[in-house]
Write a new protein. Structure first.
Length: 413
């Protein structure tokens, strides 16, 4: 091996060694951080264990001191006394309501259609105008029928003259019976034809079937319309109906004539009305039956298809035990409240299991568990425990107001 070859090989070995042996700074920092975290974690575990041992030792010494020094035990109990306020259990009337959604309807909300073919020649009314029953609303072109009517009337005059003459002859026993009957038939046939033409002409004049307001006009003057083409909408809103679907679960609790409250959220108004009709059929799709109410609407604020909320009384309980809903707590044993209890001259917190009923306005009807003479712990009710010492700062008297519950019933469409 010559000197040049040896030198090149040596240089290559040095470069390879330098590259392969170079440390990654990021990897080194990561390893150091992991090592530090392990050290801190171990130190934290050690301190926690020491703390638990110390707390156990403190508890043991406190119990020993309580036995040796009664004054210490008394001071400790006084330190655990919780300041609370109380409120008496309220006896009041409680009413439950079923709340369902309804819709405003009008049995005098109709679309008038054309009854014959022809051009619209006259529209003497405007949208929003109040019209009376029988008033002309739209006229169609009927000149052909007018001409036919005049022609038939002329024929009728001749037929009447011929019949009168033939009738006189027949009374004098002149002429045949066939001549008399022919003259009579011609006259009566023309009379019937006039009535038919007049009836056809009446079809070209659309009149109001009842007193109401022109809500919308669908045609224009000069437009050619035919039978069943929509002409206009006539609405009478002096009286409206409210229709609502109620769950079949309430079928036996609602009767015709029951007073209900009706709210219109869009208008922010309330009305009271009696149930007018109760449906006799259960809708198989959503298991509901329909009720209908009728409301006067002289100011015409209520419009067809306006949404309404109907509140119907479900049941009423007099002298019911009612408490604030927020005082009710729950654990594995069930729902409970804390009341005041006296024992050996001490005021304690007592846990009472209850069975709740309906809710209304943040107040709850209690079915079981309370007698009605208890004092509920109000302020501080979350800080006390069964048998814990309490000190009453004041007692709040409940407001004597009736409670009412609203059950919102959602109907599947």
């Amino acid at each position: 091996m010559n000197i040049k070859t040896y030198t090149a090989a040596l240089t290559l070995m040095v470069l390879v060694a330098a590259c392969g042996g170079k440390d990654d700074p990021k990897a080194n920092l990561k390893n150091k951080a992991s090592e530090k975290a392990l050290e801190v974690r171990a130190e934290l575990t050690k301190k926690k264990n020491e703390f638990e041992k110390l707390r156990t030792e403190i508890s043991r010494l406190e119990k020993r001191l309580e036995k040796l020094d009664p004054s210490y035990a008394k001071a400790k109990k006084e330190a655990k006394t919780t300041l609370v306020s109380t409120i008496p259990v309220s006896k009041e009337s409680f009413t439950s309501y079923v709340e369902v959604r309804g819709t405003v309807k009008s049995d005098k909300n109709v679309i008038l259609n054309a009854q014959t073919q022809g051009l619209v020649t006259y529209i003497p009314v405007q949208e929003g105008q109040l019209v009376g029953a029988g008033q002309l609303l739209v006229s169609q072109e009927n000149s052909v029928m007018v001409n036919q009517l005049e022609e038939v009337k002329t024929q009728l005059k001749l037929a009447e003259a011929l019949f009168k003459r033939q009738d006189n002859l027949w009374k004098k026993k002149i002429g045949t019976e066939i001549q008399y009957l022919t003259a009579k038939n011609n006259k009566e046939s023309l009379e019937r034809k006039i009535k038919t033409i007049q009836a056809q002409m009446a079809l070209s004049s659309i009149t109001a079937p009842f007193t109401g307001v022109i809500d919308e006009i669908f045609v224009k003057k000069g437009q050619n319309v035919g039978p069943m083409n929509q002409i206009l909408r006539l609405v009478s809103l002096n009286t409206v109906q409210i229709q609502a679907d109620v769950s079949e679960a309430y079928l036996g609790r609602i009767s015709r004539g029951d007073k209900v409250k009706i709210k219109f959220p869009s208008l922010d108004i309330e009305r009271v009305a009696a149930i007018k009709t109760i449906g006799q059929v259960i809708n198989p799709d959503n298991r509901t039956f329909r009720i209908e109410l009728e409301l006067p609407n002289t100011n015409r604020l209520l419009k067809p298809d306006l949404q309404a909320i109907v509140e119907m009384e479900d049941f009423t309980a007099k002298d019911a035990l009612v408490i604030p809903s927020n005082l009710i707590q729950k654990d594995k044993a069930g729902e409970f409240v804390y009341v005041l209890s006296k024992k050996d001259g001490k005021t304690l917190a007592k846990k009472v299991l209850i069975r709740r009923g309906a809710n209304a306005k943040n107040r709850t009807l209690v079915k079981r568990g309370l007698k009605g003479d208890e004092l509920l712990i109000e302020q501080g009710f979350r800080d006390v425990s069964e048998g814990g010492l309490v000190k009453v700062t004041n007692t709040t008297q409940p407001k004597k107001t009736d409670s009412s519950e609203k059950k919102v019933v959602k109907v599947k469409n």
